[in-house]
Write a protein that binds this ligand. Structure first.
Ligand SMILES: Cc1cc2nc3c(=O)[nH]c(=O)nc-3n(C[C@H](O)[C@H](O)[C@H](O)COP(=O)(O)O)c2cc1C
Length: 407
């Protein structure tokens, strides 16, 4: 029987101390020049002490012209190596694997954050989102090659700084996910068309990183099971990508789903009655596990000890991905292993202001504020007022940023 404490050996032989995987949460805690800060050092120290086998950072950007949010960390070269070392050092305490998530948002970045948004093709978002996004320009071949190289560079620096692995963010509608999706990729060259062509960008990024970090270093991919959009990325496509990544020696795959257009990753676009199991993507993960030699992590929705144990013991998931619960209970892995906690209850956060409550934005803002509390040495606060979270966010980021704050 698989239990939380059972060690996991990755295909490359690296041993993970248990089955808990703290999933990426964008921290928004870089300084105004997008460098890591003491706040990040403290936040990751707290998580490292909380017991998770693998902790993944929030998304780190490969290009400062392409931020997802104003306070993302950006790594283009080694100028912040010392700060990165401090961050890595704090997050690898307690035999914790600390993996850096690496990302490029492509066109999924709202107006005012970047000068010019780029994408595989010039295709607008669905109508209700169009007012928030600039119309993206189609990437040239040279630019595509440049981005591929940047992922490799950022990963190489992460390794040099002491991060023990990296994760490519290929989910949630960002650039790689845009390439993968038939809906957002209409290219007629080697980067578009068949799923083999649409996955080429991800595969080349993987190879570029592998060249930089060597065979022994863990590389994982966060991948959508599907984007749940008409003519979008399907489960069948996703399965093909998982197969190909396995052929190339991927070390771990995290399964998620959705994008800004249909934010299934946080369960907000799903009817509870339609949800057969606690975790949103478990059924797909079970299928993926049949074709994947690399361990499968499922993220999204886990809240009970029983639900997590079932997922491990059925063999459907090899690790349990946890994001929001870790913002409120940073030592949750230890508590679950000791048996001192059976479940976490995380109500959806509402202000009572209708137009705001329609979006899932407040929810994300509320969790970000919890991260900030931990980062300054305070305890997370379950009773934190949603209205206060809203005001803080507007004060910090301005109205547009609040409106479009997404995962
Ligand atoms: C505040 C916040 C920020 C997030 N940032 C990221 C991110 O940078 N990269 C990513 O892959 N997912 C991100 N996510 C999504 C989570 O990793 C996860 O997929 C999602 O929250 C569902 O898992 P949960 O039910 O355990 O929270 C974020 C989620 C939240 C709440």
């Amino acid at each position: 029987m698989t239990n939380f404490e059972e060690k996991l050996v990755l295909p490359n032989g690296i041993m993970i101390k248990n089955r808990f995987f703290k999933a990426a949460m964008s921290e928004g805690l870089a300084d105004e020049r997008n460098r890591p800060t003491e706040k990040l050092v403290r936040l990751y120290e707290t998580w490292a002490k909380g017991g998770a086998g693998i902790v993944v950072t929030g998304n780190v950007m490969v290009d400062r012209r392409a931020l997802g949010e104003p306070r993302n960390v950006v790594i283009e070269d080694e100028q912040d190596l010392e700060l990165l070392k401090k961050w890595a050092n704090s997050g690898t305490q307690n035999n914790t694997q600390l993996w850096m998530q690496i990302n490029h948002p492509g066109k999924q970045v709202f107006k005012g954050i970047v000068k010019e948004a780029v994408a595989p093709s010039k295709i607008e978002f669905e109508p209700s989102l169009q007012k928030y996004f600039p119309i993206a320009r189609e990437l040239t071949e040279r630019e595509i090659q440049d981005i591929i190289k940047r992922f490799g560079t950022t990963a190489g620096i992460a390794k040099k700084a002491g991060f023990t692995g990296v994760q490519i963010h290929a989910a949630h509608g960002y650039l790689i996910s845009q390439f993968l999706s038939n809906r957002h990729n209409e290219r007629a060259d080697q980067w578009g068309g068949s799923i083999e062509n649409r996955m080429r960008f991800l595969i080349e990024i993987y190879k570029s990183i592998r060249r930089e970090v060597g065979e022994e270093y863990p590389i994982s991919v966060k991948l959508n099971s599907a984007d749940f959009m008409k003519a979008g990325f399907t489960e069948e496509d996703s399965m093909k990508v998982i197969s190909r990544l396995n052929d190339l020696g991927i070390d771990l795959i995290e399964v998620s789903g959705g994008s800004y257009e249909n934010p299934r990753m946080t369960g907000s676009a799903m009817k509870q009655s339609a949800q057969k199991r606690e975790a949103y993507f478990l059924e797909f993960a079970a299928e993926a596990n049949k074709v994947s030699k690399a361990p499968i992590v499922v993220t999204g929705g886990f809240r009970t000890r029983k639900g997590m144990l079932d997922a491990l013991q059925s063999g459907d998931a090899d690790m349990i991905g946890l994001a929001r619960p870790m913002a409120v209970y940073p030592s949750l892995p230890d508590e679950l292993m000791e048996g001192s906690r059976e479940q976490v209850q995380l109500a959806s956060r509402k202000t009572g202001i209708k137009w705001i409550d329609r979006t899932a934005m407040l929810e994300l803002t509320w969790y970000s504020l919890q991260l900030e509390r931990i980062a300054v040495g305070k305890a997370p606060k379950e009773t934190l007022s949603p209205k206060l979270a809203l005001l803080r966010s507007i004060f910090k980021n301005g109205m547009d940023v609040f409106q479009m704050r997404r995962v």
